[in-house]
Design a protein around this ligand. Structure first.
Ligand code: F6R
Length: 612
C-alpha cells in the first residue's frame, strides 16, 4: 500500500526521504515521488513510475536542497501507475502539494464540485482533488489561513486518508492529517519525521506520536501541535518504541523473508516469555476480562492472520468449551454477524492497520461484543480501538509474505485459549499440561527444523517449474495447508490450492494428472491413515507427493518416496501448525529463489493493506 515519509529540520531533506521510502518498499508500490521546499521558498517535485532506486538516481534531485520535504510510494488504486498519477499532487496554482495514503470514496461528487469552481484535474487520481479543495477554501477565506482551509477541505472528504501537505505559504511547517490510514510522527532534536509506519524512521528516532483519526498535526522543526477538526489543540503523549533499527535490516541474509523465517525461534521464545510468569503460570494483561460471560468466540482477520485463527479454533473449542468461529474480516464486516455482549471477538493483525480488520473491529464494538486484539505493531490503529490487546513479539516483519508473525500469532492464540480455560476452571487435565509443555519446546523444535532443511531446498529445485500445486491436510493440518498454499501463491506465482484432504475426491481430484505436486501435511496420529489414503489416491493418478509429517510413515505401503518426506519433530497435534508450516515457508522461499523472483516484494502485493 502507499507509503508516506516527511522530514522537517536542518539536514537536507532528500536523503532522509529516500531512506524512509526505501524502508517502506516492503509495503508494495508502483511509483515514487517527493516534494521539497527549497530555501528560496520554491517547491520542487520529482516523481515517476518505478522503484525508489530510480527516483534516487534522478539527476533532478540535485536541485532539491531544502530541509522540508514530503515523499510517497504509490500503490495504484484510482488511476493506472503512471508519472502523472504519481504523488505528490498540486493544485492548479501550484500553491498546495499533497501526498496521500488511502482512498477518497466520494470522488465523483467532489470532482464535479471542484470542476464547477473552475479547477481542472490532470491526473486520474482521487488525491489531486485534495490540494485543489484546499486551494479553493483558502482563496475563499484567505484571512482564516491555511489550517482553516485544510479543515474545510477535510469536511468534504469521505474515505480514508493520511495526508502530508506542504506549501510555499507554510514556510516552516508540514501539515499532517489522519483518518483511517496510518501515520506516525517521529520526534527528533530540532528536526521531526513523519512516516506511514515506524521502521521507515526508526534509525532516526525511537520517540513517536501516534496520530488518531480526525487529528491534524502542525509539524515544525522544533514543535508539533495537534488539533481536532474544530482546530482545538489536543495534548498527546510521546511513546518510546523499543524496536531495534538493526532488527529491521537484513542482518546478512539474502532477503528479509529468509531472515524472518530464521528469527522464529527467538520470536516465539519472546512471545511465550512475555505471557508466562517466573513460576511458569500464564500471565496475560487481561485481569478485567470476564471469561464467564461468553457463549461464542469469533476470530476475525485477513489472509495469513486468519489462517492463524483457523489453526487455533480447535484449541479454543477443546479447552474453553465455547463454540468458536473464524471469519474473514472482509466478509464479517458486511454480513451482519450474530454478535452481542456475550460474544468475545478476537482480531488478529500483524500490522494493526488492515482496513477490513479495523472495520470488523469497529462493527464488533458497536454490537457490544468484547474486542480483544492480537497485534504485532505497537501503537497501531487496532491496538488503540480494541478493549484488550495482546502483543506478539515477532519484531518488525518487513517481507510482504508473513512468516514469523503467523507462528507468533498461533502461539499467542494458544496461550490465550489456555488462559481462558484456566479462568473457567477447565484446566485440570493432562492435555492442558501437555500443551503447555509443548509450547515451551517450540523454539528448540523450530530451530531443529531450520538446521535440517536441506531436503526442502532439494524438493524446491525439483518442482519450481510446476504450474499447479495442491496442499492437503485434515483439521489443523488443513489450516496449515491453506497457509502453505498462500505462501506459494504469493511469492512464486504458481497456482496452488489448499483442500481438506477428504474433499479432494468430491471434485478437485479431476485436476490431478501426471506430475502435479500434492503436498500433504500429517501431524495428527488419530487421522494420519485417512490423509495417507487420500495421498495414495492421487499417487495412483500420477501425482508427485511431498509429505510434511511428524509420524513414522511406512513408506513401502504408502507409495511415497523417502526423499519427499520432510520429517518434523513430534508435538501435540494441536500446536503442530507452528512446526509444520516452517518447511512450507521454506519451500515457497526456495521455489521463488529458483525462479529468481523478488521474494520480499512480490508483484501486486502490499504489506499493510490499508484500503478495503
Ligand atoms: C500473507 C500476508 C497477508 C496478511 C493480511 C493481513 O503472507 O501477509 O495475507 O496476513 O494482509 O495483514 P495483517 O496481519 O497486517 O492484518
Amino acid at each position: 500500500m502507499c507509503g508516506i515519509v516527511g522530514y522537517i529540520g536542518t539536514k537536507k531533506a532528500v536523503p532522509v526521504l529516500i531512506n524512509g521510502l526505501l524502508s517502506l518498499e516492503y509495503r508494495g508500490y508502483d511509483s515514487a515521488g517527493l516534494a521539497v521546499l527549497n530555501n528560496d521558498n520554491s517547491l520542487k517535485i520529482v516523481k515517476d513510475m518505478g522503484r525508489v532506486k530510480k527516483l534516487q538516481d534522478n539527476s533532478e534531485l540535485e536541485s532539491l536542497t531544502g530541509s522540508i520535504g514530503i515523499a510517497h510510494t504509490r500503490w495504484a488504486t484510482r488511476g493506472m501507475p503512471s508519472k502523472i498519477n504519481s504523488h505528490p499532487h498540486t493544485d492548479n496554482n501550484n500553491t498546495f502539494t499533497v501526498v496521500h495514503n488511502g482512498i477518497i470514496e466520494n470522488y465523483d461528487e467532489l470532482k464535479s464540485f471542484i470542476e464547477k469552481k473552475g479547477y481542472a484535474l490532470h491526473s486520474e487520481t482521487d488525491t489531486e482533488l485534495i490540494p485543489n479543495l484546499i486551494h479553493y477554501f483558502y482563496n475563499k477565506n484567505t484571512k482564516k489561513g491555511v489550517l482553516f482551509a485544510v479543515t474545510e477541505a477535510l469536511k468534504k472528504l469521505e474515505g480514508s486518508y493520511a495526508l502530508e501537505i506542504t506549501s510555499p505559504l507554510l514556510k516552516d511547517e508540514i501539515i499532517v492529517v489522519k483518518k483511517d490510514s496510518p501515520v506516525v510522527i517521529g520526534v527528533g532534536k530540532n528536526e521531526n519525521y513523519i512516516a506511514s509506519d515506524i521502521p521507515a524512521i526508526l534509525s532516526y528516532t525511537k520517540d513517536f506520536y501516534f496520530m488518531e483519526d480526525y487529528e491534524i498535526a502542525e509539524v515544525k522543526k522544533d514543535s508539533i501541535t495537534f488539533y481536532n477538526y474544530d482546530l482545538n489543540i489536543i495534548e498527546k503523549e510521546i511513546k518510546n518504541i523499543e524496536w531495534d533499527a538493526i532488527a529491521s535490516e537484513k542482518n546478512g541474509y539474502d532477503d528479509y523473508m529468509l531472515k524472518e523465517i530464521y528469527e522464529q525461534p527467538t520470536a516465539i521464545r519472546e512471545t511465550i516469555g512475555t505471557s508466562f510468569n517466573k513460576e511458569g503460570n500464564i500471565n496475560l494483561p487481561l485481569n478485567s476480562l470476564d471469561v464467564n460471560k461468553y457463549n461464542k468466540i469469533y476470530i476475525v482477520a485477513c489472509g495469513t492472520a486468519m489462517h492463524a485463527g483457523i489453526a487455533t479454533k480447535y484449541i479454543f473449542e477443546k479447552f474453553t468449551q465455547i463454540p468458536c468461529e473464524v471469519d474473514m474480516a472482509s466478509e464479517f464486516r458486511y454480513r451482519n454477524p450474530l454478535i452481542n455482549e456475550k460474544t468475545l471477538c478476537i482480531f488478529i493483525s500483524q500490522s494493526g492497520e488492515t482496513a477490513d480488520t479495523i472495520a470488523a473491529l469497529k462493527l464488533a464494538k458497536k454490537s457490544g461484543s468484547t474486542t480483544l486484539s492480537i497485534v504485532n505493531v505497537i501503537g497501531s490503529s487496532i491496538t488503540r480501538i480494541s478493549d484488550f490487546v495482546l502483543y506478539t513479539h515477532a519484531g518488525p516483519e518487513i517481507a510482504v509474505a508473513s512468516t514469523k508473525a503467523y507462528t507468533c500469532q498461533v502461539t499467542l492464540l494458544t496461550i490465550l485459549a489456555l488462559f481462558i480455560s484456566e479462568k473457567l476452571g477447565l484446566s485440570n487435565t493432562a492435555d492442558f499440561e501437555k500443551l503447555k509443555n509443548d509450547l515451551n519446546q517450540l523454539p528448540d523444535k523450530i530451530k531443529y527444523i531450520l538446521d535440517n532443511c536441506d531436503k526442502v531446498k532439494n524438493i524446491a529445485n525439483q518442482i519450481y517449474q510446476d504450474k499447479n500445486m495442491f496442499f492437503i491436510g485434515r483439521i489443523n493440518d488443513y489450516a496449515v495447508a491453506m497457509e502453505g498454499s498462500l505462501k506459494v501463491k504469493e511469492i512464486t506465482y504458481i497456482h496452488s490450492e489448499a483442500y481438506a484432504a477428504g474433499e479432494l475426491k468430491h471434485g478437485p481430484i479431476a485436476l490431478i494428472e501426471d506430475g502435479v505436486s500434492v503436498i500433504g501435511i500429517i501431524t495428527n496420529p488419530s487421522i494420519s491413515s485417512k490423509t495417507l489414503s487420500n495421498l495414495d489416491e492421487v499417487v495412483t493418478r500420477g501425482a508427485n507427493i511431498i509429505l510434511i509429517s511428524n509420524q513414522d510413515i511406512d513408506i513401502n505401503s504408502s507409495n511415497i518416496n523417502e526423499e519427499s518426506i520432510v520429517k518434523i519433530p513430534d508435538c501435540s497435534s494441536l500446536i503442530s501448525p507452528v512446526l509444520s508450516v516452517i518447511p512450507l515457508q521454506l519451500l515457497a522461499y526456495h521455489i521463488a529463489k529458483c525462479k529468481k523472483l523478488d521474494v520480499d516484494k512480490p508483484r501486486n502485493l502490499a504489506k499493510s493493506v490499508t484500503v478495503e
